[in-house]
Design a binder for this molecule. Sequence first.
Ligand code: ATP
Length: 272
Amino acid sequence: MLVVDQLTKRFGANTAVDNASFTVDRPKMIGIIGRSGAGKSTFLRMMNRLTDATEGEIRFEGRNVLALKGAEKRAWQSDCAMIFQQFNLVPRMDVVSNVLHGTLAKRPALSTVFNLYPREDIHRAIDILERLGIADHAAKRAEALSGGQQQRVAIARALMQDPKVILADEPIASLDPMNAQIVMEALRRIHDEDGRMVIANLHTLDTARRYCDRVIGMRDGRIVFDGTPEQLTTGVARDIYGAGADFSEDATSTEIRDPVAETEIRQAEVAI
Ligand SMILES: Nc1ncnc2c1ncn2[C@@H]1O[C@H](COP(=O)(O)OP(=O)(O)OP(=O)(O)O)[C@@H](O)[C@H]1O
């Protein structure tokens, strides 16, 4: 259903993504790992057309999405919702309105100007917030929420688009380990229960191993690993990160070893 074919992006002399190819035959949860500057964000930005490719194709369900223009391009951007490290919410706006922003692309311009949302959209927004365990915060300003809660609002906004693919660019990089787990659990459940493809750039190996079905490793713009979490051995990881013999997985770990925090996570997971 997704074919990335010899995809390249150059910024002047710098090749950010270098002849990358892979195929996904059914919705999966995919983690992309690699050190800073490996090309992970550039790849996601090409996927949802925030950045144009220099060469190559991305075909989704048979169509080259890199060639789409106008309304078709906007429809594709709505089909592959993006979540960012910094949440990108409107801080002073309440949570429900932030979530309803996810429908903007599909609504007439005038209703957008006057902030008019159909009743069924408001109900759907609340349902999604409930599903993510944050409906109690619906009326609060987004800026009043914790980072983990804000990221769940961003996920809710993405779900309002009813996307086929969720692209998450370092979704937990700004979160403490407890909130990181809650957010990753939410993404995993959305994948399992809705059958949506999730592609997440992740900076920690253990997160990729724990939540993803498939891991793609990038180094200097190239795909240097593509396999299951089990195949992602320490030796392979060392290769992806280009680290020496002193490479330590603990340096990239988000594991929680605090039993109180573990209990809080389980409670939050029940709510999702
Ligand atoms: N708009 C841009 N203009 C010029 N160079 C860019 C631009 N965006 C990215 N690059 C370069 O492309 C390369 C890949 O960057 P990219 O952000 O995709 O990597 P990354 O793996 O996502 O790293 P990070 O985790 O630090 O964001 C880097 O060398 C970066 O400097």
